[in-house]
Design a protein around this ligand. Structure first.
Ligand code: COA
Length: 378
């Protein structure tokens, strides 16, 4: 059997330490994250999700007029085609919203006139439609399962504003929209995370953008990736009171169970996004009259640092932030997709631009030299 010459130390270790491709989209540098050269702290404090999306796709900040026309283009594309909506209404809602979203995004390609066109121009048109519609699809799910009317996105309003409006049916408060928009910025991209890698792998076969995004949604759904934010809320509900928090963590560690929202493959001294979200969590849980949710979270965070030297990731405090915004727990991970679509598209485009199909090898550990025998002889 021919010897496979790959990084031995990474085999069966989730490709830890393996550099899979060159990228100029986003990068983890020490304790911070940069999108196209700008730190996440800078963007979170000053930018908007629309501007960050432009930045991720184009590699530079837009001029004022470019931003205005890009934002208007996104806004114009938020509305879902009525024929598509009528098919969405036939999909049973008895699955996880991420599974429904995966089907809905796949179905979307049937109404996209560029579905079979892989040119850069067509991909950018599809990118706008996918990004603009992702929030409309998630909120349509919420409306359909609650037998409510699907609201039409409002002209002149951002993706963050319209998401909150369509989810709840009332005009959102400006400060909530601002915080939510910042959450979208924080989740927009993250280097070679599992779903970005899934996007790139699918793109590398020269498959289409909808297929790449469907792959990414499937990867994001898992509890070790985007699904962790929902699991954090489930965990907090299980713990219930602050008195039980430390013991819960100790029991989980004794049982070798993962504490959701904690730990990271790359950041070992803390995730910069978690530091920002921690402040939002404190502020919003106090505002909603449930400060104990933040206090329990902070105690879990401290205990995990002391017991295991592990720090929270982006999913840990985003859970209480979304909860305090009145968002249903199982919609947390779909919100991740509403934001991360920006990064997936940037990665797909980068992959198309300098593509070679991903095709690694496996290290053989199976049987050899077997000979087929008929069923009677086995
Ligand atoms: N709770 C308890 N222990 C944890 C942990 C957690 N959340 N995260 C990591 N560990 C421990 C592992 O048990 C392992 O300990 P050991 O060496 O004593 O066996 C060690 O830390 C390394 O963990 P490992 O799972 O190998 O790290 P990874 O790089 O493969 O995984 C994550 C990274 C993020 C998937 C992992 O930390 C995790 O599962 N976290 C919870 C899920 C989550 O929040 N996902 C969102 C990621 S943004």
């Amino acid at each position: 059997m021919a010897e496979v010459n790959i990084y031995e130390g990474a085999i069966d270790k989730g490709l830890e330490g393996v550099v899979a491709c060159t990228t100029a989209v986003s990068f983890i540098v020490g304790n911070t994250l940069i999108y196209r050269g700008y730190t996440i702290e800078d963007l979170a404090a000053n930018s908007t999700f629309e501007e960050v999306t432009y930045l991720l796709w184009n590699g530079r900040m837009p001029s004022k007029s470019e931003l205005e026309s890009f934002t208007a283009e996104l806004n114009k594309n938020m509305t879902l085609d009525p024929a598509y909506v009528s098919v969405l209404k036939t999909l049973p809602t008895n699955v996880h919203p991420m599974a429904w979203l995966r089907s809905a995004v796949s179905l979307m390609s049937h109404w996209d006139t560029d579905a079979n066109d892989n040119s850069h121009e067509a991909n950018m048109r599809k990118a706008v439609r996918l990004t603009a519609k992702m929030g409309s699809i998630v909120t349509a799910f919420e409306a359909i399962r609650n037998k409510r009317e699907i609201l039409t996105p409002q002209a002149g309003k951002s993706i963050a504003w319209n998401f909150m409006y369509m989810l709840k049916g009332t005009e959102p408060e400006a400060d909530i929209v601002k915080l939510f928009d910042t959450c979208l910025i924080l989740h927009a991209d993250h280097e070679l995370n599992c779903s970005a890698f899934a996007t790139r792998v699918t793109t590398s076969s020269l498959s289409d953008l909808h297929s790449a995004v469907v792959s990414a949604i499937g990867a994001l759904k898992g509890s070790l990736h985007g699904g962790a934010n929902e699991q954090v809320m489930v965990m907090l509900a299980k713990i219930g009171t602050i008195e039980k928090a430390q013991q819960f963590v100790k029991d989980a560690l004794d049982a070798k169970e993962k504490v959701m929202g904690i730990g990271h493959r790359v950041y070992k001294d803390g995730d910069p996004r978690a530091a920002i979200l921690r402040k939002f969590s404190e502020q919003l849980t106090k505002k909603m009259g449930k400060p104990e949710l933040y206090q329990i979270s902070a105690l879990i965070d401290d205990t995990m640092q002391k017991e295991k030297g592990l720090m929270p990731n982006v999913d840990f405090y985003s859970a209480t932030v979304y909860h305090a915004m009145g968002i249903p727990t199982d919609i947390f991970t779909p919100i991740f997709a509403v934001s991360r679509i920006a990064g997936w598209i940037a990665h797909a485009n980068e992959q198309y631009e300098k593509n070679r199909i991903y095709r690694p090898r496996g290290k053989w550990q199976g049987k050899e030299n077997l000979t087929w025998k008929s069923a009677e002889q086995r």
